[in-house]
Design a protein around this ligand. Structure first.
Ligand code: GLU
Length: 445
C-alpha cells in the first residue's frame, strides 16, 4: 500500500478498535487508491480519505418490545449515515444477531462506493439491529419493527436518509416499518423507504434486482473472455432473496445451478435447481433447504461442510460476509472455476480475493456486482417522486443498462490505471473519484 495511505489507514484502524469487518473493508479500498492520489494530490490536501472514513452521523438506540409471552425484550438499533456527497443516505437495514457497529460500518462504507458506481443520486448509509427474526411470529416482528421505527423516524426522510432491506429485512418488515412511519408522522411519504409492496409505492423488479443484477454483471465479465452463462455449472451460496433470484437469472441464461445453501447445510441438485420449489420452501413457507431435498428426487442434502466443496465454473456467493475463504477459493480454482460474482457484501475474504486474482479468475466485487438492488431502489425513489409506476419490462431494462454501465465503468477505470481486468481496482477507484470530486466541490463539511 502507498505510504501516505498507510498512515491514514493506521489512524482509522486505531480510532475504530474492535471493528474487524470495517477494518477489512477500509483496507481493501485503500489498497486500490494509491495511483489516484498520485494523479490527484488535491484529495490528500483536502483530507478526503480521512473524512470518508468518519461517518457523518452514527445513531445507536435501544429497541424495547414484548414477545408473545409478554416478556420484555431489548435489542440495539443502528443507523450509520456515512456520506451524503451524492445524495440522501441510502442503504439497507440488517436484522441479524451478528449485527454490531463494526458490521453496520463496513456495510455503510461499501455502500458509498457502490451507490456512486450506480450513477444514481444516492449517498451511503446502513443500519439494522441484533434482533433475530428467526423463529419469531409475525406479531413479534411487527412489534419489533414498530419500536425500531419509533426511534428511527426522526432521523430519516426522502431527502435525508432512505433505508431499505438487507439480511432479515424483506417486504414484510418494510411494510411494518412504513406503517409505523406513516402513523407517527401523518405523512404518506413514499420515498422514505424502498422495497415497498407493489400496491403501495414499491417498484416492480426491486425484489429480483440484486440477484438479477449480479448475474447481469457476471455475464458482462464472461463476455470479455468470449463466453457466457450458457452451459456453465454454477454454485450459489445462500437461499435468501439475492440467492434465489441469482439462481433464476443464471438458469434463464442457460446455466445449470447445481447447489445452494442455508445456515444449516446445502443441497446438490445436479439436474439444476427447481426455482419454483425453492421459492415455495424459502419464501412462502419460510422453511429450510432440507425440506427442498425431501420433496424432489435426486437431490442430496449435506449438513456438514461448505457449499464451496461443490465444483463449479462460476461461483455466486450470495449469503454473507467472509463466507468464502482462501482454502475454498484455492479448491474452486483447482477444479475449473473461471468467474466469481459477489451477490452478498464482502463474501470473499481477503485471502480468497488474492487467490482468485492470482489465478486470473474473473472477480466481480460486491460493491459493483450486487449494486442492482440499491440501483433499483433509486428507480423506486424516481417513481415515487413522479407519482408514477413503471412496467416490469421498462424497469428491468433500466436495471440491465445500469449493470452494463457499472461493468463498463469498472473495466475502463481498470484499463485507465494500467490493470486491465482488475474489477476490484476499477470499482474502488471508479466509486471513490466520483464521491471525492463531489466532496471537494461542496467544501469542508
Ligand atoms: N441492502 C442492499 C445493499 O446491500 C440494498 C440497499 C438499498 O436498496 O437501499 O445494497
Amino acid at each position: 500500500m502507498d505510504a501516505r495511505l498507510e498512515a491514514i489507514r493506521d489512524t482509522v484502524l486505531a480510532r475504530n478498535p474492535g471493528e474487524a469487518e470495517f477494518h477489512q473493508a477500509v483496507v481493501e479500498v485503500f489498497e486500490s487508491l494509491g495511483p489516484v492520489h498520485d494523479r490527484h494530490p488535491e484529495f490528500l490536501e483536502a483530507a478526503i480519505l480521512e473524512r470518508l472514513c468518519e461517518p457523518e452521523r452514527q445513531i445507536i438506540f435501544r429497541v424495547p418490545w414484548t414477545d408473545d409471552q409478554g416478556r420484555v425484550q431489548i435489542n440495539r438499533g443502528f443507523r450509520v449515515e456515512f456520506n451524503s456527497a451524492l445524495g440522501p443516505y441510502k442503504g439497507g437495514l440488517r436484522f441479524h444477531p451478528s449485527v454490531y457497529l463494526g458490521i453496520v460500518k463496513f456495510l455503510g462504507f461499501e455502500q458509498i462506493f457502490k451507490n456512486a458506481l450506480t450513477g444514481m443520486p444516492i449517498g451511503g448509509g446502513k443500519g439494522g439491529s441484533d434482533f433475530d427474526p428467526r423463529g419469531r411470529s409475525d406479531a413479534e416482528v411487527m412489534r419489533f419493527c414498530q419500536s425500531f421505527m419509533t426511534e428511527l423516524y426522526r432521523h430519516i426522510g426522502e431527502y435525508t436518509d432512505v433505508p431499505a432491506g438487507d439480511i432479515g429485512v424483506g417486504g414484510r418488515e418494510i411494510g411494518y416499518l412504513f406503517g409505523q412511519y406513516k402513523r407517527i408522522t401523518n405523512r404518506y411519504e413514499s420515498g422514505v423507504l424502498t422495497g415497498k409492496g407493489i400496491s403501495w409505492g414499491g417498484s416492480l423488479v426491486r425484489p429480483e434486482a440484486t440477484g438479477f443484477g449480479t448475474v447481469i454483471f457476471t455475464e458482462e465479465m464472461l463476455k470479455t473472455r468470449g463466453t457466457s452463462f450458457d452451459g456453465q455449472r454454477v454454485v450459489v451460496s445462500g437461499s435468501g432473496n439475492v440467492a434465489i433470484n441469482a439462481v433464476a437469472k443464471a438458469q434463464s441464461l442457460g446455466a445449470t445451478v447445481v447447489a445452494c445453501s442455508d445456515s444449516s447445510g446445502y443441497i446438490v441438485d445436479e439436474a439444476g435447481i427447481d426455482v419454483g420449489l425453492l421459492r415455495q420452501v424459502k419464501e412462502v413457507e419460510r422453511g429450510r433447504l432440507k425440506d427442498y431435498s425431501l420433496r424432489r428426487s435426486g437431490v442430496a442434502y449435506v449438513e456438514a461442510g461448505s457449499v464451496w466443496d461443490v465444483d463449479a465454473t462460476v461461483a455466486l456467493p450470495c449469503a454473507t460476509q467472509n463466507e468464502l475463504d482462501g482454502d475454498a477459493a484455492a479448491r474452486l480454482v483447482r477444479n475449473g472455476l473461471i468467474a466469481v460474482g459477489e451477490g452478498a457484501n464482502m463474501p470473499s475474504t481477503r485471502e480468497a480475493v488474492a487467490v482468485f486474482q492470482e489465478a486470473g479468475v474473473l472477480f466481480g466485487p460486491g460493491k459493483a456486482a450486487n449494486a442492482g438492488g440499491v440501483a433499483t431502489s433509486a428507480l423506486e425513489m424516481q417513481q415515487n417522486a413522479s407519482r408514477d409506476s413503471w412496467s416490469f419490462e421498462h424497469t428491468e431494462q433500466r436495471l440491465t443498462d445500469i449493470m452494463v454501465g457499472i461493468h463498463h465503468r469498472c473495466a475502463s477505470t481498470a484499463d485507465e490505471y494500467g490493470e486491465p481486468g482488475n474489477y476490484v481496482l476499477g470499482a474502488n477507484i471508479g466509486g471513490f473519484v466520483k464521491v471525492a470530486d463531489a466532496m471537494l466541490a461542496q467544501g469542508l463539511i
